[in-house]
Design a protein around this ligand. Structure first.
Ligand code: C2E
Ligand code: MG
Ligand code: MG
Length: 593
């Protein structure tokens, strides 16, 4: 056998990862049948390694391997032909072999051949007496050898072929990329990930139509993709609803993107997938050998997410977006631990002042997170990530508990300060939210009016009907309700009128624009204040940074204000000191008057 052929044969054998694996009943069963059919005591599945015959399965033999030198199984592997030695004693090749010396007189072996034509070894039977074979015995041995191969290939395919789509798996993608990088280093390619549906679409679809229809959809998409790629290129399934493939080598990016657009346009036009899900495609350019398979896939998936967010069908990988995805993912991963740790989360409190008297009557609790490695992370960054997940419930509970503990502490020290907390849209879905708030108040003997719940206008408008029900329930308990970031949520007048809220907090952006010099900005804010009053709300302006803005807002009739002008959000101890200072100042001014 030529050397390079033998190397390829050995590589095929190695790839199957069979050598030196434990015995397995699925092979032993076949070996036993071979021994019974021939009525011989010895049978084996014998694999031809570089210099040994290794037995994956054996009956009647004690050792696991014999040297390859002069082993008849090696000849079967090399020729991929059956071999019968009726009597070792008169065989020119094998009379002086190890087997002959050990008393073997008879051998029959059928080759184990892969679908690529490589001979891996032999399924063999051996006897201690010379013997002849019939045609039907050889046919049976050949059939059994085919069964061994089917078993080997089945085991190998396990984990490499997705059972639903029939496409190659991510494991196969990794191996194929390694092979490509070895054979074509430095070649430019594009990895393409086709994300068939958003997670929520998939679960809605599963709920409505059942898992079998989801499988049908994935099968249909896989078939369409495989057909578009033609058999020359492989499509992979790399996630529950994510398919992937590689571009041909060295294609030009713009031309390739427009090819992808037209191909997927055509697939979409004929597929039923388009009726129920939105498909997003991510493209990751890379050089073979430079980037690991996992990074290639992750990059393409990250681009697919970009495509989704940008409402486009296709996006090319961007390192900057990818960094942001990774950071978001990391924050989400780590926030669960932060909720359990006792030194990462804390509340700070920002005073809210009566604009007419300058007195502080309430404070807003704002969450702070000190990440053990990343340092301070602002709620503007982590709240939007966390509040869309199941962590929203635990987060609000943490804030509620910490805030009510603090409020109870103030009550004990004789302060009548009120406190507001922020909750998220996801919290509306919690059937027991109202009870949890009531319980928290009861446990600490706090009157409900001391607590205010802030909800952004856009969170309310996310699920207006549900919000209305929840807000009515909350209002009935006696807690105050505030509409936060008012002016940004596009609620209608008719809807606002039905909201049982007490307060609106005009968003900082409007307050900031007051001093822009454009008089229409001031008219807008004044109109908002009037409107809020007519609807029966008390008005708080957020983000007041200058005396001028405070004075203007007071003239417009805005009752309260919050902002850096009065105070930044303060740690609990600093708040106590700040309040004492305020009291001292107002006592001094009363005295002076
Ligand atoms: P928000 O509820 O509208 O809170 C007001 C934000 O404006 C706070 O930012 C506050 O520090 C900031 N701010 C106050 N006065 C001024 C000012 O004069 N100038 C400027 N430039 N900013 C001012 P923060 O603490 O970073 O919070 C950002 C947002 O994160 C909050 O907006 C709120 O929507 C959310 N958030 C904070 N804590 C929580 C929480 O415990 N739960 C929930 N669900 N959301 C929270
Ligand atoms: Mg707020
Ligand atoms: Mg706000």
């Amino acid at each position: 056998m030529q050397k390079y052929q033998e190397e390829a044969r050995l590589a095929a054998l190695c790839q199957l990862k069979l050598l030196d694996t434990p015995a397995s009943e699925s092979f032993d069963r076949i070996t036993r049948m071979a021994s019974q059919i021939f009525n011989l005591p010895i049978a084996a599945v014998s694999l031809t390694d570089r210099d040994r015959q290794w037995f994956k399965s054996r009956v009647g033999i004690d050792h696991c391997s014999i040297p390859r030198e002069k082993a008849p199984c090696a000849q079967v592997a090399e020729t991929t032909e059956p071999l019968v030695i009726e009597d070792f004693a008169i065989s020119p090749c094998y009379a002086d072999s190890l087997l002959a010396r050990a008393g073997t007189r008879f051998y029959a072996g059928a080759p184990l051949v892969t679908s690529d034509g490589y001979g891996l070894g032999s399924l063999c039977v051996l006897g201690t007496e010379p013997r002849q074979v019939t045609q039907s015995e050889i046919a049976a041995l050949t059939d059994l050898a085919a069964m061994v191969m089917a078993q080997i290939e089945l085991q190998h395919a396990f984990g490499r072929i997705d059972p639903v789509s029939g496409l190659a798996t991510q494991t196969q993608f990794r191996d194929d990329l390694l092979d490509l990088a070895r054979d074509h280093p430095s070649e430019r390619r594009f990895a393409v990930v086709v994300d068939l549906a958003r997670d929520d679409e998939l679960s809605q679809f599963r709920q409505a139509m059942g898992g079998a229809r989801v499988d049908d959809m994935i099968r249909e998409a896989s078939l369409a993709l495989q057909t578009a790629l033609q058999p020359a290129r492989t499509a992979y399934q790399v996630g529950a609803a994510q398919l992937a493939f590689l571009s041909p080598p060295n294609v030009e990016q713009d031309a390739y993107l427009s090819l992808l657009r037209s191909t997927f346009g055509a697939i979409r036009a004929v597929s039923s997938v388009r009726f129920v899900t939105s498909v997003a495609i991510g493209v990751r350019p890379f050089t073979l050998g430079d980037v690991s398979a996992d990074d290639v896939l992750r990059g393409a998936c990250s681009a697919a997410q970009d495509a989704r967010r940008e409402d486009g069908a296709i996006a090319v990988f961007s390192a900057a977006n990818d960094m942001a995805h990774r950071r978001r993912y990391r924050l989400l991963q780590d926030f669960g631990a932060a909720l359990e740790a006792d030194d990462q989360l804390r509340l700070v409190y920002q005073p809210r002042l009566d604009l007419a008297t300058g007195r502080c009557t309430s404070v807003e609790a704002l969450l702070r997170w000190r990440h053990p490695n990343l340092g301070d992370v602002s709620p503007g960054e982590f709240i939007p990530i966390v509040e869309r997940t199941s962590l929203a419930r635990a987060t609000t509970q943490w804030v509620l508990d910490a805030a009510l503990d603090e409020l109870a502490e103030w009550q004990r020290s004789g302060s009548s300060l009120n406190l507001s907390i922020n909750i998220s849209a996801t919290n509306f879905g919690e059937a027991d939210l109202v009870e949890r708030i009531q319980l928290g108040l009861l446990q600490r003997r706090l009157r409900p009016e001391r607590l205010e719940i802030e909800l952004t206008e856009s969170a309310i408008m996310d699920q207006p009907d549900r919000a209305l029900v929840m807000l009515h329930q909350l209002a009935e308990t006696g807690v105050c309700l505030a509409i936060d970031d008012f002016g940004t949520g596009q609620s209608s007048l008719a809807y606002l009128q039905r909201l049982p809220a007490h307060v609106v907090k005009i968003d900082q952006a409007f307050v900031r624009s007051l001093l822009s010099g454009d008089s229409s900005d001031a008219v807008l804010v004044e109109t908002m204040v009037d409107l809020a009053h007519k609807l029966g709300f008390r008005v708080v302006a957020e983000g007041i940074e200058t005396q001028q803005a405070a004075a203007l807002l007071a003239r417009m009739g805005c009752e309260e204000g919050q902002g850096y002008l009065f105070s930044r959000p303060l740690e609990s101890a600093a708040l106590v000191a700040w309040l004492a200072e305020q009291d001292a100042a107002s006592a001094a001014s009363i005295k002076a008057a």
